[in-house]
Write a protein that binds this ligand. Structure first.
Ligand SMILES: [Zn+2]
Length: 74
């Protein structure tokens, strides 16, 4: 193996290692995103307050005026 081939092999290994790290950090970021936006968004029909609640609730109590509200659809 010539020194040139050795350097080329080293650079290739370094680049593929960087690609793997970039790929996994990208995937981890994508996995976290839906978790944050999975909460349901509610808008109070009485006081117009917009708030979020867990994804498994269909009716949520407004923290401002205690009115029960349905999930907001986009
Ligand atoms: Zn309200």
């Amino acid at each position: 193996m010539t020194p040139d081939a050795l350097i080329l092999a080293f650079v290739l290994v370094l680049l593929s290692a960087l690609s793997v790290i970039a790929y996994y950090s990208h995937r981890r970021r994508q996995r976290f995103k839906p978790t944050q936006s999975r909460d349901h968004i509610f808008r109070c029909a009485k006081c117009d307050y917009v708030y979020t609640d867990d994804e498994d609730v269909e009716l949520s109590r407004c923290p401002q005026c205690s009115r029960m509200n349905e999930e907001m659809e986009f």
